[in-house]
Design a protein around this ligand. Structure first.
Ligand code: GLU
Length: 447
């Protein structure tokens, strides 16, 4: 059987065995596509059922999460943890609390995490979890009771050497605090390495909050530098206004760019003179309000509910909201408007049609598993600090993050070139991420 036939037979089987999980299919299909050239050159990577094993999670947990709301009514949510691959280290990846969460979403995120974590160069496996719980509009006490119930089940499945969850959409410092408190109570141990994204006084790391957003911009900077360009004076659009988006905006502006627009699920905001990041943080992180509140308080910002953030003219686009937020049509608009660089702060925000268009138009495109790896990389640095009962300075940690992002850019770019696909960073990231995990899995036998 040719490699082409082999991969397509396996993919057809995966579709049948994982019905109704389109995002998981999308993530696997992209990786398998990239791997064809690897299997052609090094057929041993298909030995011992390696590809089949890579696409099948080591363990999938689904559990009931009952909790009592402020009105005294019982609410029931569903909790998930997919422990996808531990060949390189303990399972590592965030928890997402959002009404759209289901098993297929968690599997796509867990699958992406394997390659992302491998690319960081640090010893972490891949996993992901979450719940269909919606923290929006809930009181602090409700969020706390939910987190406690969630952890009451999850605690038996995690640990510093087993599985180390962190945040993602809907899970930030507040939620990690409640989750850690319950874990500490149930285990009767202050095992700081069991979760990352902790508060600074109880095992958290400086830079972890900013890391994903800063990392996206550090990688964008490398990508622009390789093309003889820089962020200084560039116009940037950022979708989203959560943790990743906010710190991407801050770092881009620190490096001389102007962020000309951002968004949330209620609409998008045009900011021709740049974004007041302090105000936006106050609106989103402290007041927990929508971007309309930013527009009311900021000078020269306009709210839009028609069209999309991708209609703005810019040099750089950073999709930092959620999966499949940027489709083929959006990509065509970006290209027509002169965007030359795209780096994904979110996980898989661009559809396959969008990615194809970027490649055809010569737009340099950095996929999420490389561009947003700074968050999980800094989580691994938090684990290092926990293991040595130490805490590093902001400057040192930021320098480590910066170095990791430069290395990721170098690795994906040289790997793409090695396989004859220069500047195709999707291929570069998938292949480089894969090879390390695959070598470890082959060395460790059929497990
Ligand atoms: N949720 C983040 C991601 O998508 C961070 C995971 C972590 O820090 O473990 O990579």
């Amino acid at each position: 059987m040719s490699v082409e036939e082999q991969v397509s037979t396996y993919y057809d089987m995966l579709l049948k065995r994982n019905a109704g999980e389109p995002e998981f299919h999308q993530a696997v299909s992209e990786v398998l596509d990239s791997l064809k050239v690897v299997l052609d050159k090094d057929p041993h990577y298909a030995d011992y059922g390696l590809i089949q094993r890579l696409c099948e999670p080591e363990r999938q947990l689904i559990f009931r999460v009952p909790w009592v709301d402020d009105a005294g009514l019982v609410q029931v949510n569903r909790g998930f943890r997919v422990q996808f691959n531990s060949a390189l280290g303990p399972y590592k990846g965030g928890l997402r609390f959002h009404p759209s969460v289901n098993l297929g979403i968690v599997k796509f995120l867990g699958f992406e995490q394997i390659f992302k974590n491998s690319l960081t160069g640090l010893p972490i496996g891949g996993g992901k979890g979450g719940s269909d719980f919606d923290p929006k509009g809930k009181s602090d006490a409700e969020v706390m009771r939910f987190c406690q119930s969630f952890m009451t089940e999850l605690h038996r499945h995690i640990g510093q050497y087993r599985d180390v969850p962190a945040g993602d959409i809907g899970v930030g410092g507040r939620e990690i605090g409640y989750l850690f408190g319950q874990y500490r109570r149930l285990s009767n141990q202050h095992e700081s390495g069991v979760l990352t994204g902790k508060g600074l006084t109880w095992g958290g790391s400086l830079v972890r909050t900013e890391a994903t957003g800063f990392g996206v911009v550090y990688l964008t900077q490398e990508m622009m530098k390789a093309a003889g360009d820089s962020l200084d004076g560039a116009k940037v659009i950022v979708s989203g206004s959560g943790n990743v988006a906010v710190y991407a905006m801050q770092k881009a502006q620190e490096l001389g760019a102007t962020v000309v627009g951002f968004s949330d699920s209620s609409g998008w905001v045009e900011t021709p003179n740049g974004v007041d990041v302090e105000l936006l943080r106050d609106v989103k992180e402290i007041r927990r309000e929508r971007v309309t509140a930013y527009v009311e308080d900021a000078d020269g910002a306009t709210m839009h509910t028609e069209g999309s953030i991708w209609d703005l003219k810019a040099d750089v686009a950073l999709p930092c909201a959620t999966q499949n937020e940027l489709n083929g049509e959006h990509a065509a608009t970006l290209a027509a408007n002169g965007v030359r660089y795209v780096a994904e702060g979110a996980n898989m925000p661009s559809t396959p049609e969008a990615v194809e268009l970027f490649h055809n138009k010569g737009i340099l495109f950095a996929p999420g598993k490389a561009a947003n790896a700074g968050g999980v990389a800094t989580s691994a640095l938090e684990m290092q600090q926990n293991a040595s009962r130490d805490s590093w300075t902001f400057e040192y940690t930021d320098q480590r993050l910066h170095q990791i992002m430069s290395n990721i850019f170098g690795t994906m770019s040289s790997t793409a070139a090695e396989y004859g696909h220069e500047n195709n960073f999707v291929m570069g990231a998938n292949i480089a991420g894969f090879r390390k995990v695959a070598d470890a899995m082959l060395a460790q036998g059929v497990v």
